[in-house]
Write a protein that binds this ligand. Sequence first.
Ligand code: ZN
Length: 457
Amino acid sequence: MSGTAIFASYVLTHRDGAQEVLRDHWVLLEGGRIAAITAQRPQAALVFDKPGRFLLPGLMNLHNHCFSEAVARTHTEDGNGRRNNQSIVYTVLLPLTRRGIDILSPQERLAVARLGILQLLKGGATTVMEPFRNGIPEMFDAAAEMGIRFYGAPYLFSTADAVAGSDGVVRYAGNDGQADLTAWNALYERWHGAAEGRIRLAMSPHATDTCGPDLLRACAERARALGVPITTHLAQSAQEVTTIAARHGGRSPAEYLDWLGLLAPDLLAAHCIASSESDLALMAARGATVLNCPRVFARAGTIAAFGRFARAGLRTAIGTDGYNMDLLGEMNAASLISKIVAADATIASAPELIDAVTARAAEAIARPDLGVIAPGATADLTAIDMTHPHLQPLGDPRRGLIALANRANVDLVVVDGQVLIENGRYLAADEAAITRAGAAAIEKIWALPEAQAAFAN
Ligand SMILES: [Zn+2]
């Protein structure tokens, strides 16, 4: 006998293109595929039979940073590390990650990567898109070893030494673009398609203000030759808008990317909070995707409302940006922040938010085999245990999921038919050991004088 059978009280499927929640069904997995969805208990070698589960397509977290946000963790809340309440990207994240790469051993960097991936899996994600410095190739090793579906996105910079002046304009010297493209190509050769295709690359020019026109054009050309998605940071701050206008003839960051041919259905643009309404209309017309990460901005008192992008007609997916890495919590924040900003309770509904981390996210990376529970689809699944007291009584499970659930309710996580999380615990290694080793490595970075200085501001 072969296969894995999972019982769920609620199974999210689709009929005629719309979500449908089936009651009391079994999902049968054979190898890495979904074989059947049945009301009768199927024969299978491995059986997970527990009432109360809500079985969803594997949740997709399309913007995360395991490493740089670990450096910032618990040091940058309440305004620490911010000058004049501005972004910590140039004061904390970029410089300290760069130093951290230099002072940590490969084994310590691997420990940080493992800690991040453990959090992602326990946060319910089966797929992550992870932009990171190309000096942390251990991200790939950890992803391959731990079983997550991984779109590694090693950064490319025109310079890795961008600094923001007191006028808000980001300046840089030197040209790292060619070296970064060479490094990216080497990682592509080494990793793309590894672990039975679970490991892939995305092209990741870091941001509009750290990448010049030549590098962005070269990135787009290479990505399209290989058919890999392109992801970048776009309109993250007012400072970036000022910088791009000063450098590129008054263009907005979105207009700058459009000028270079990057605004297209294969572009996933993180944040976009400083975009104008006409920028959003332009992005929607080009078919680009916005990656919305509401909580990391809420930390700074800044609005990043899912509903604003969705209402502009943009395909909008959700990521955790390395902060918290709890995709269920992030969806809850996306719901609440969108409703507050619009002063409208109908904005960012539960089905819409679930779609954003499943079917729509799969569409954004051109993977119709992901994001759905259907015969023939890839067997990536996330199951939430809806029997917790705070989730009972339960009328509509989709509303319960968005309004009331959190990562502690993640029960099963399955990637490529492999059960990675069961009863909320990672099966293949000792969670406590992974956590201790990752935290110890980050604490070495925190002990640096420049880290102490950056956090003190
Ligand atoms: Zn980011």
